[in-house]
Write a protein of this length. Sequence first.
Length: 267
Amino acid sequence: MAYNSWNQDQYGNQGWGDQNSFSYDMGAADFAPTDFGQEQQFQSFDYSTSGGSQPPPTTSTYSTATTQPPSFFTPGPSIMTPGISPEEPHHVGESLEDEPPLLEELGINPDAIVQKTLTVMNPFRRTDAHLLQDTDLAGPLVFCMAFGGFLLLSGKLSFGHIYGIGLLGCIALYGLLNMMSMSGVEFGVVVSVLGYCILPMVGVAGINVLISLQDTIGMILVGAAVIWCAISSSKLFVTALSMDHQQPLVAYPCALLYGVFALITIF
């Protein structure tokens, strides 16, 4: 087989020429990498030129002892949503529909707020005792903020006085009611009832924004509001704690507390 190749003669001259023979030998050479335990054998090539002889038949051997490389990744446990099997599809819309409303999650019951407000507005209205055991503070917070806002519109910054006097009054009535009742009362119930029954004083503070209450008519309105608050709060306490024939005893300290709020409103 004749073909052109790049060769070198015996005098050191190099160039392209017509070679009639080109032979090469393969010798076995072992290559054993240690990383993955593979043993490979490659043939080394010895190229030599010889004239007039045919190249010997090409022989090559390639043997491999293959082993699996070590695994550097260990699969962790699959993350699954609790209560949902991997075979069943998870529908996001259905889970959102099953969630409770936001007000219920926050512990705010609008129906209870409306019922307690109507009870304060009508002291002679019949009230369920279980409704009064609810320690709802959303309504009292709104009424106290409204009371302070009306006083602010009339030129009196009294938020600190409202919360300070209200806290001392709640602590005093909490101790008094626990000594007077057989079952006892929770502090949250006392705060809730006194906060709801401040609603007549909120109305008086709103009137004070328009007209002055330091005359005779103003004094009468403020006195009626104090009596209204005392009757409403004492009725709620007596109903919630089953204190029969003790409403006048409870109404007296309540009237003292709301009387302080009336003085803040007038002066």
